[in-house]
Design a binder for this molecule. Structure first.
Ligand code: BGC
Length: 732
């Protein structure tokens, strides 16, 4: 056996091994480690030349071939393979595709996020991938933005809870664990707040606003041990996030103690020159990018040569390269790439990827996430159409999204624009659409189903609507599945309107005219403006992109085999121009609204119905006066006052009634999911800690002021759903 060099010796510490390896490296090799390249272009060549440390967007056998090649070069430094496995390993044919982040967030259930992370990690590793660019911690406040569906919604607290669980799922106890992959918190920071919802345009954010809403979820990811962060594309107050040293180093590493590594977003460095007009050349953008705190540069093909040239000219400090390289290598060591190698067990793919055990939680994920938005007949408010009555014998299933697997699975799966990995699609039999789900339930109940797509989401062809209406007229109920399609969502696909496009409105109107009860099912990436539907439908089910078993789940809810329990994590505007309607509004003058329109969302954050009813009372505080540093216990009785068991999501909001700086009227501080049998009452208790009472001051630090606080507890963020009580923080 040849003697091991210190860096090859797994008995030594990561630090020792990293230093030893670095001491053997040329500066060219170090710069190579900072490069993340698009694996679809001349990958082998780049490996041979030592110009790359990581690839993205390749899968399977190619990763193994490249890894073996890397091991034969110079010091044999292994490659790190990254991919966007955002809601499952969606770019691998037949992998387990979960509901999207927005969809799954409506479960408010961190356990499900952890399950998704674990399963995704296993499927990724089996196919050669190490690192997923997930979770997304962007705050969704402008529904025009194309990437709303990639987020956990609009609330910072909820983003933190769900994001942490997903990181736990991906990384397990440690990234050294052979079952774990590396998570990546993105896009750091403020990316979603781009002006007009136009992807990657400048975000108008003050430091105070950033620290109040946008940074806290990312801070939670550091606390959860998330090993990597990705920068955001846009500028904040003139500074591109990718060169923002305050953000990437002072806050992230200095204040929060982040120990992981930072990757730029795709061509983030290059675009400071080509798009943002910040540097006269890409070469000029390289030193500030590294100095800011980036460790790996995703797909800026000019980076490698530019960095070496800047080093030669003395414009880039070697220490900056070393620091970044050290961080990249120490993670390769920690991840076990030098030792257990993580060669993908490709022969296990058929057994692991998309296995029955992995697919099993898909149904629960969809069931817990689906939100019942309306269940009240416009002509007779006390009548409910859902769950469907056992007297129904004949139903019409209509609409363009009733049987469209791409629309159902959503972004970051086959058919979505980003990766171009599309070698086909997910096998049809692995996806249950609403059509499949309804057909199955109807079969066992001897119900006849007439299906007609009726129209298209993107074309104005109305020629099939008459046929659809004819079917509806002859049925006991019409279920119309509408929403959006991939061409309308995702990166760079922002919208100036949020309508049900193509023939969808004419289809709905035609069905309504028949007088047959109308159930609308929404399969869409994000909230659309649907005031007509809210007024005229007899019931509305929002599923967003509910994953591979979404159709089954929707059918279970339609037929009453399951009781809906999801609640919205994002508010629905009634009209595009009414935005923003997120619940965390700052009180303003003059009603805070447009003169000719309500400021109320069509459906509010935290809202969601059930087939049972819940009644809350006895909101109590353990004390009415608090001294600094003291906590208060809040309790409320919640009763299942309806006819079937269910799970209620009890939410607690707080308002610092008078504060020296403007603060929101409601901020979610805590929530609990409570399962209640029929007639059961539970006392739900929350602790409000001193930290909960603070807000961010002008100096960027938390500030707590004496005075009155209002606690609001209830079933949604709407005033009418909340019980209220006040306490005072004493002035000492
Ligand atoms: C997106 C990132 C993604 C990356 C790699 C970028 O365009 O903004 O979210 O992780 O591409 O696919």
């Amino acid at each position: 056996m040849p003697e091991l060099l210190p860096y090859q010796d797994r008995e030594l510490s990561v630090e020792r091994r990293t230093e030893d390896l670095m001491s053997r490296m040329t500066v060219e090799e170090m710069v190579g480690q900072l490069v993340q390249a698009d694996g679809r272009k001349q990958a082998a060549e780049q490996v041979r030349d030592g110009r790359v440390g990581s690839f993205l967007h390749i899968l399977g056998p190619t990763t193994l071939e490249l890894q073996k090649l890397a091991e034969k070069t110079g010091l044999g430094i292994p490659l790190l393979f990254g991919i966007d496995a955002i809601h499952g390993h969606g770019f691998w044919e037949g992998a387990t595709v979960f509901p999207t982040q927005l969809s799954l967030s409506c479960s408010w259930n961190p356990e499900l996020l952890e399950v998704m992370g674990r399963i995704t990690a296993k499927e990724m590793l089996c196919t050669g991938l190490h690192w997923t660019f997930s979770p997304v911690l962007c705050l969704a406040r402008d529904m025009r933005w194309g990437r709303v569906g990639e987020t956990f919604g609009e609330d910072p607290h909820l983003l933190g809870v769900l994001g942490k669980a997903l990181v736990r799922g991906y990384q397990g106890n440690s990234i050294s664990d052979p079952d774990s992959v590396i998570a990546c918190a993105k896009h750091f920071a403020g990316y979603s707040e781009t002006v007009g919802g136009r992807d990657a345009s400048e975000a108008e954010l003050s430091e105070r606003k950033l620290r109040t809403y946008f940074l806290p979820p990312f801070h939670e990811m550091v606390k959860a041990g998330c090993k990597s962060f990705m920068t955001a594309y846009q500028c904040i107050d003139g500074v591109a996030c990718v060169v923002n040293r305050w953000l990437l180093t002072d806050v992230l590493r200095g204040e929060w103690g982040f120990q992981g590594f930072v990757v730029t977003d795709w061509n983030n460095v290059g675009r400071t020159h080509t798009e943002q007009g910040l540097y006269a050349s890409i070469e000029e953008a390289v030193p500030p990018s590294l100095r800011a705190g980036n460790d790996m540069i995703m797909v800026t093909p000019e980076f490698y040569d530019a960095a070496l040239s800047q080093l030669r000219k003395g414009k880039l400090a070697k220490e900056d390269v070393e620091l970044a390289c050290r961080r990249v290598l120490s993670h390769k060591f920690e991840f076990g790439l030098f030792d257990h190698k993580r060669y993908p067990p490709l022969n296990k793919v058929p057994e692991v990827v998309g296995s029955p055990q992995h697919r099993e939680p898909l149904l629960r994920c969809a069931l817990e996430s689906i939100v019942l938005l309306k269940n009240e007949r416009p002509e007779n408010a006390s009548k409910r159409i859902l769950p469907l009555s056992s007297n129904i014998r004949h139903l019409a299933l209509l609409g363009p999204n009733a049987d469209d697997i791409l629309a159902q699975l959503g972004d970051w799966s086959f058919g979505s624009g980003q990766a171009g990995l599309n070698t086909g699609g997910h096998p049809r039999h692995l996806v249950s659409t609403v059509r499949d789900g309804v057909r199955e339930k109807a079969r066992t109940r001897a119900i006849t189903v007439d299906y007609e797509r009726g129209c298209d989401v993107m074309s104005d062809d109305l020629s099939h609507i008459a046929r659809a209406a004819e079917l509806a007229a002859a049925c006991d109920v019409a279920i119309v599945v509408v929403g959006d399609v991939l061409a309308q969502i995702g990166e760079t696909r922002d919208r100036y309107e949020l309508d049900l496009t193509g023939g969808q409105m004419p289809l709905l109107e035609a069905v309504k005219k028949t007088g047959t009860p109308l159930v609308v099912v929404l399969i869409n990436s994000k909230p659309l403006c649907i005031p007509w539907v809210a007024e005229h439908a007899d019931a509305i089910i929002e599923a967003f992109n509910p994953g591979m078993r979404g159709g089954e789940a929707i059918a279970e809810i339609l037929f009453g085999e399951a009781n809906p329990m999801g609640k919205l994590t994002v508010s629905f505007p009634a009209a595009v121009g009414q935005q923003p309607v997120y619940y965390q509004q700052i009180p303003g003058w003059h009603g805070n609204k447009h003169n000719n329109y309500t400021n109320k969302p069509l459906f509010a954050f935290g809202y969601g119905l059930s087939y049972t009813t819940y009644t809350s009372d006895r909101l109590e505080l353990s004390r009415r006066e608090l001294r600094r540093g003291e906590s208060v216990e809040v309790s409320v009785n919640v009763k299942n006052s309806g006819g079937r068991p269910g799970t209620e999501i009890v939410q607690l909001y707080l308002n610092d009634v008078f504060s020296s700086l403007s603060t929101p009227e409601k901020t979610l501080k805590a929530y609990q999911r409570v399962h209640l049998e029929r007639g059961q009452t539970e006392t739900v208790r929350f602790q409000l800690t001193p930290e909960d009472l603070s807000f961010i001051g002008r100096d960027g630090r938390p500030l707590t002021e004496p005075g009155e606080f209002e606690v609001m507890v209830g079933s949604s963020s709407r005033d009418e759903d909340l019980l209220r009580a006040r306490f005072t923080l004493l002035d000492e």
